[in-house]
Structures are given as C-alpha cells and as structure tokens.
Design a protein around this ligand. Structure first.
Ligand code: FES
Ligand SMILES: [Fe+2]
Length: 434
C-alpha cells in the first residue's frame, strides 16, 4: 500500500511532476525505425510523457522530434511537408530543421531576420538498435542505453507494440508479479497441452529480491519434485524496462513500458537471442508468423493515441469466452498478453494503491516502487542523477530460468548468464530482501 501522495508521485509523468522529471533524464523508445520509414517520409504524431509530438526523419536520415504545434500560430506540424532537410508547416510555409531552428519564412519580407530568432519546440531524437528514441529532457542527452538487444544483428531481435489503457507503472508491475503466473495464465488441467496455459503444482513461490545498481532483480523459487527448485529470474531496469524469464533455448524476452500519458502506455514486447537468429520458439512470445502478442490490431486512427490498439479490448471484454474459462484456462481470455491487458486495465487508468493489501508474494513490487520513488525524490530534492543515466553499459543484463538442486544459490549459479555481457558482474554476496 502506498500513501495517496506517493501514488500520485509514482504515476504522474507530466512536465513539472517528480516522475516526469525522472523520466526526462532518460532516452525513451518511440517506434521501430521501419515505422518512421526512409528519409523524407511523412511525419508521424505520437504522445510521450503527456506531450503531443511530431516525429520525422529528414533528408539526411536524422530524426526530428517537435512539439506538435507550430510556433507561428499553433497549427499541427503533423500536416507538414517533410522536404529538403526540414519540416515545413503547411499554413504559412515556415520550415524548421531537426534541431528546431527555423530555416525559411517565405511569408515574411526577404530582408526580415525574424527566422533566425524562431525555433520549433524541439527535442533530441536518435536511431539505435533498430529503434527511434527521444530524449525529452534539457541539456545534453546521456549515452544511448546499451541493451544487448540493441547491439545484436537485426535477425536476432524482434519488437511488437501495443497500447495499454492504463498507467505505465500498473503495466510494469504485472511483469514483476510472479505469483499471478500460474493463475492468470494457467490451464485448468495439468494433463492438457501447454497451449491451453501454463501449469505448476507450487502456487506460492518464495521470492529473493535483490536491489542492484541498475534496478532490482528477483529469483522466484517453486518446489519441483526430486529435490529440485524451479527458479524464474526477472530484471527491472530504470526507469521502464523489464526482462522476464528467458526461454530455455536462450531467447530473452522483455517489456518496455513507455508512458504516453498518465493513463496510456505503449507496451513494447522485445525478444532477442544473444548468439543466433530468432527461431520459431519465439512463437511462445506471440511472435509466430503474422502474429502479434496482442492478436489483431485495430486500423490506425487519427490522433496521438491512434496506433497499435488491440482489437480485443475493454469495450468487448477482451473477447472473454466463458465456456473456455469453464473447461480450458483460468480466464477464458485468449492469450497471455491479453490476459495481462485485461487485468491491469481493469484496475482503472491509475490504480488507487492506497487501498490495496500486499502480501509476501508482492515483495518485488514493493521494492521496485521504493527504488523508483527514492530516485525521484533524490533527483527532486538533491539533484541526484538517477540510476543508469551516466552508465548506459549497466543495461547489459539478461533474465533467466532454470532448475537447480534445492538450496543452491541461484544468483551465484546463474550469474555468468545474467551478466554475460556486463564488464562488471555484481558481487556474489548481494543482500537479499525477503
Ligand atoms: S502556423 Fe505554421 S507557419 Fe504559420
Ligand atoms: Fe502476466
């Protein structure tokens, strides 16, 4: 449970809020680079941290990220012409380069110097790891995050985007909430095939939660037969990144919870293989041929929130099938992604955490909230730079899954896999919070 004021601090991302200030210290992903297209493709509009923006790729391939309204008289630059290394407003023809500088003002007299004084509200954009990133902070941006998925060849990674109609933290908390796995995503009969849902006899995992320099990691232990322990290891990395348990073949999946505004989130599903092209096994993350983790998407609509909207949504109860719920799986909702979508959206746009009741299985959620709130306060009151901003190499970690003899320390045994790409492995004796 959080106080109402902490809940507000945790969830509000607008300009001038503590969490908005924290988020504005990081590069955030906006869209896969294919969505933005080749240089001089039409501009795209989107919302990020509560700001309506227009994104374009100029003739040189550089990315421009502008406040949507033209500084002349407020017309949407989404209608603009992306031509000859700049975006030209269609109302009176003012043109801006990617830095926001006005470079042409054809409706003013030739001798006018006005254009030199005029700038569009521009942020920094970049292309990295197949993704278009935006930095909505002030001053020089930090280094781009060195995720392993951003560094491997293109055929070793995959992305899919879906919009979720709730606060970013609400979605993220689903990834670090391991005890829901064999309920929400479970099948009813252990003898049914895995396509019906997941199954484990042990429904109450024990959690080892370890604060790290880049975020928090946990190992969730479930009893297996024959003296074995089944471990699921999930990472949280500041400020919006999670890696949930890897596939046994080495494919690592994760989510990015990009706050569009306080009540809308763009969920990125990411999967990568450290060493080989992605195989059909990624189908387990909803990446089969022609597939999307959220199933079919609605056609694009106008407006900053008009893209990547699942057809199964609140308005149709996520296509719940009560017969399926009776006979096959726990929810009657057709896929893992939509099951998560349904429950997190059902809490309302921003859950009132002041009225919840947390148990021991919520230890990771409690710890991650604390780390994020502490970082926001440290920035607000003491101007402390948040984790990872000055160390983009800290992102080079993985999640894990595995079975070990009971009593073996998972963090020690899995350390070489979890931190294979990291120059600096965390010490073996990290303090575990239970
Ligand atoms: S409103 Fe954009 S040029 Fe006039
Ligand atoms: Fe889930």
């Amino acid at each position: 449970m959080l106080s109402a004021s902490d809940n507000e601090m945790l969830t509000g991302v607008g300009k001038g809020t503590p969490m908005g200030a924290l988020m504005r210290r990081y590069w955030l992903p906006v869209m896969p680079v294919e969505e933005l297209g080749e240089p001089d493709s039409p501009p795209q509009r989107f919302r990020l941290l509560g700001e309506d923006l227009v994104l374009f790729r100029d003739s040189n391939g550089d990315v421009g990220v502008f406040a949507e309204a033209c500084p002349h008289r407020g017309v949407s630059l989404f209608f603009g012409r992306n031509e000859n290394a700049g975006l030209r407003c269609v109302y009176h023809g003012w043109k801006y380069d990617v830095s926001g500088q006005c470079v042409d003002m054809p409706n003013e007299p030739g001798e006018s110097q006005f254009k030199h004084k005029m700038r569009a509200g521009a942020y920094r954009g970049a292309i990295h790891g197949g993704v278009v990133w935006a930095y909505l902070g002030e001053g020089d941006p930090p280094g781009l995050p060195e995720f392993e998925w951003a560094l491997v060849p293109e055929d070793q990674r995959k992305f899919a985007l879906a919009q979720r109609e709730c606060n970013w933290m609400q979605g993220l908390e689903g990834d670090i909430d391991t005890s829901h796995l064999f309920f929400l995503h479970g099948r009813l009969n252990p003898d049914d095939p895995p396509s019906a849902g997941v199954w484990h006899d042990d429904k109450h995992p024990t959690l080892d939660v370890i604060p790290t320099k880049y975020g928090v990691v946990y190992g969730a232990n479930r009893e297996e037969r024959h003296g074995l322990a089944y471990w699921r290891v999930t990472q949280f990395l500041f400020p919006v990144f999670t890696f949930f348990p890897a596939n046994p073949d080495g494919t690592v999946p994760g989510h990015i919870w990009v706050p569009l505004d306080d009540g809308h989130t763009m969920v990125w599903t990411v999967a990568w293989h450290p060493a080989a092209p992605l195989s059909a096994s990624t189908a387990m993350f909803g990446f089969g041929p022609g597939n999307h983790p959220a199933g079919e998407l609605l056609p694009d609509a106008a407006g900053p929130l008009g893209r990547f909207r699942p057809r199964a949504n609140r308005a149709n109860d996520y296509l719940i099938d009560r017969e399926m719920q009776r006979e096959v799986n726990f929810t009657g909702i057709p896929s893992v992604f939509l099951q998560d979508q349904a429950v997190t959206e059902s809490m309302g746009a921003v859950q009132n955490r002041a009225s919840e009741h947390l148990g021991r299985s919520d230890a990771m959620i409690i710890q991650v909230r604390r780390r994020i709130l502490d970082a926001a306060r440290a920035l607000l009151y003491d101007d402390v730079t948040p984790p990872c901003v000055e160390n983009p190499e800290w992102y080079r970690v993985r999640s894990a899954i595995g079975t070990l003899p009971e009593g073996e320390p998972w963090h020690e045994r899995m350390r070489d896999w979890l931190y294979a790409e990291s120059d600096e492995k965390p010490p073996l004796d990290l303090a575990i919070v239970r």
